[in-house]
Design a protein. Structure first.
Length: 290
């Protein structure tokens, strides 16, 4: 939807808007003169009571950043800077842009990144398979870079809080990461967060329909440089004392869920792929276990 505000020189095309909470959460493409940018306006996504209770849960139990609108804007701006300085491709934060007259802070202006999200592109059988597999390979390497940074620096903000393939925009050779307004804050659980992110991305690949999902998973596992981390993921999942807490032991019985790969089945698939790779490369069993 394109909306012309009181200033006819500024064109606003709304991409998404949340009607929950205070109704102020929206993302829009803005053209102001010769400049085009992404406007992200932050609002409450829930009632004030529910937002307060969730904020307490984030701070007390989940180890995540605040869900308050102003805090999410600050978190996203700081995380974009952190990732950019580490060499991870994210939209540039823009300063001194011309705002639409109806903008209500907190708000941020970001580089407009054309292209399609990774999920949409990989799900499109019209795209050449070789190009889609190359995207998966580049994505696996980019994931490993972030995971190395997270563990080496003890910095949980390098891990997606809610990982999906829609959080990566493909723009030519660029893989641009978006949606960083909520982040993990506790460094003592970094390895578990990394493992969960890997499983979530593999599960997202497996959920794609009418495309070569097995080839995608194979290419991701083969291209992820740190196979030792993948082996640890499998071992730690099997050792988990209370797997129901994170869904790895949960069995779903409804028809819709039965057609989707479970976290446990994804870990089993990962284990099988790693065994195949190690067998081809002649890796001794004792090295795999270490």
């Amino acid at each position: 939807m394109t909306v012309l505000g009181p200033d006819p020189a500024i064109e606003v095309r709304e991409i998404t808007r949340s009607e929950r909470g205070d109704g102020r959460q929206r993302i829009a493409k803005v053209r102001a003169g010769e400049h085009t940018y992404l406007l992200k306006q932050y609002g409450l996504k829930r009632s004030r009571l529910r937002a307060f209770l969730r904020a307490v849960g984030h701070a007390t139990f989940a180890g995540k950043s605040s869900i308050r609108a102003a805090a999410r804007q600050t978190t996203e701006r700081e995380t974009l800077t952190l990732w950019s300085e580490a060499g991870i491709d994210v939209p540039r934060v823009l300063q001194n842009v011309e705002w639409p007259s109806d903008v209500v802070p907190p708000v941020i202006a970001l580089e407009w990144v054309p292209g399609r999200d990774l999920r949409e592109l990989l799900a499109d059988p019209r795209e050449p398979l070789a190009e889609r597999l190359a995207l998966v390979e580049g994505f696996a390497r980019a994931c490993c870079l972030r995971h190395d940074l997270a563990e080496d620096r003890r910095e949980p903000r390098f891990v997606f809080e809610h990982p999906t393939l829609c959080h990566v925009i493909v723009d030519g050779d660029r893989l641009v990461h978006i949606d960083l307004e909520i982040v993990f804050t506790r460094p003592h659980r970094i390895e578990g967060h990394v493992h969960r992110e890997i499983v979530s991305f593999l599960r997202s690949l497996a959920k794609l329909r009418d495309v070569e999902t097995d080839a995608y998973i194979d290419r991701f596992v083969e291209s992820y440089p740190n196979h030792a981390r993948l082996h640890r993921l499998v071992r730690e999942t099997r050792r988990r004392i209370v797997p129901l807490l994170d869904g790895f032991g949960r069995r779903r019985t409804d028809a819709a869920s039965a057609q989707k790969p479970s976290k446990r089945s994804i870990v089993q698939t990962l284990e099988a792929r790693l065994q195949g790779i190690d067998s081809r490369e002649g890796v001794p069993d004792h090295e795999i276990r270490d």
